[in-house]
Ligand binder design. Structure first.
Ligand code: ATP
Ligand code: MG
Length: 156
């Protein structure tokens, strides 16, 4: 469906509920920004909602309480570029290649809860939208996920 990005994402960030902290506190930490506040996108709304909930709840739960999570949307002429950046525990280099496999969890998660399915679902949603996903991470400093989805016009 045709999604008005700013209201859609604003509402979404208010609903993110990581299992490690309460919703109000989580919402305070997310800083949403978008390069075009009037942007509309043809996307599957439910897949997108699920995807961003997974990326944002990861960013929140794998970073210390009180640190910021930057959620930026760059509206390029040919694609939407979404970035979710945290200041958290980071991901060990040897785990990066297996990150999108079902049930794979990195060795540094400690007691942070999870099943290892969130990113597998994210990857699936990105693939269905003919997009790509990349991750850059520095252990102990933070992680940035970038999702780029092609801008498409509705077929009539
Ligand atoms: P869930 O299925 O509940 O989402 P999960 O968070 O463990 O469980 P994924 O979301 O698939 O699973 O993430 C897979 C693994 O990738 C995590 O277990 C964690 O090791 C690592 N990871 C994902 N996002 C981050 C992040 N922002 N910072 C650090 N590690 C991360
Ligand atoms: Mg997760």
């Amino acid at each position: 469906s045709l999604v008005e990005l700013l209201p859609f994402l604003s509402k979404l960030v208010q609903q993110v509920r990581p299992d490690t902290e309460d919703a109000g506190e989580a919402y305070q930490r997310i800083k949403l920004s978008i390069s075009d506040s009037n942007a509309h996108a043809w996307l599957d709304e439910r897949l997108m909602q699920h995807m961003f909930e997974n990326l944002l709840s990861n960013a929140l739960k794998y970073s210390p309480q009180g640190t910021q999570v930057q959620f930026h949307v760059e509206c390029d002429p040919s694609e939407w570029v979404f970035t979710v950046a945290d200041q958290g525990i980071g991901i060990p280099q040897e785990d990066i290649s297996r990150l999108f496999e079902s049930f794979h969890r990195a060795t540094n998660v400690g007691t942070i809860p999870g099943t290892g399915l969130g990113l597998a679902i994210v990857k699936h949603s990105v693939d269905l939208h003919a997009g790509r996903i990349e991750v850059t991470s520095t252990l102990g400093q933070g992680t940035t996920f970038t999702v780029a989805l092609p801008r498409v016009a509705p077929s009539t």
